[in-house]
Design a binder for this molecule. Structure first.
Ligand SMILES: [Zn+2]
Length: 174
């Protein structure tokens, strides 16, 4: 396992097209391990492959942040097949370190995805897990927190982004 640098907002790889995962071999398994390890260290609840500069449709979620092996979720080529409810909820992102904003999310989702071996699975998620699933799937479509904001809210968020940059809080580690 290895820690990989997490790309910061502004890096074009965060908004690039992500290709379907086609090979479920050792290279993918290494990447999955690295995503978990990098997420635990950050720490964060999930990480998408494009956040470490690999533009494929792969993400990991671990709400236990490394404390429970059974909590590890691998989402390869995921799609949300059903969503219910709506909630406005605070959300952050490892690619916007230190920033949080309220956005709207479904309260429950059903997600279909392959695991690291290519086995197709379906999962019901609610609460924080539903939020994490939606957040990571957004990454696979190049959708970032800021894209959920409109008008004044977006301008205020971007002002905070610029402030973080100016303060040198956000260092490109890649
Ligand atoms: Zn994120």
């Amino acid at each position: 396992m290895a820690i990989r640098p997490i790309l910061i907002f502004g890096d074009l790889r965060l908004e690039a097209t992500n290709e379907a995962v086609e090979h479920f071999g050792s290279e993918l398994h290494r990447l999955v391990d690295d995503l978990f390890e990098t997420g635990w260290r950050a720490p964060g609840l999930g990480l998408a492959a494009p956040q470490v500069g690999v533009n494929i449709r792969l993400a990991t979620i671990d709400l236990s942040v490394g404390t429970d092996p059974d909590a590890r979720i691998v989402l390869a080529n995921p799609e949300i097949v059903d969503r219910r409810g709506k909630i406005r909820i605070e959300e952050g992102c490892l690619s916007f370190p230190g920033l949080f904003t309220n956005i709207e999310r479904p309260t429950e989702v059903r997600v279909r995805a392959q695991d690291e071996h290519g086995v197709l699975r379906e999962m019901e998620a609610d609460g924080l897990l539903a939020q994490a699933v939606c957040h990571e799937l957004d990454h696979l479509d190049g959708v970032l927190l800021v894209h959920h904001l409109r008008g004044l809210k977006r301008r205020l968020f971007m002002r905070k982004v610029e402030k973080m940059r100016k303060l040198g809080v956000w260092r490109e580690t890649a």
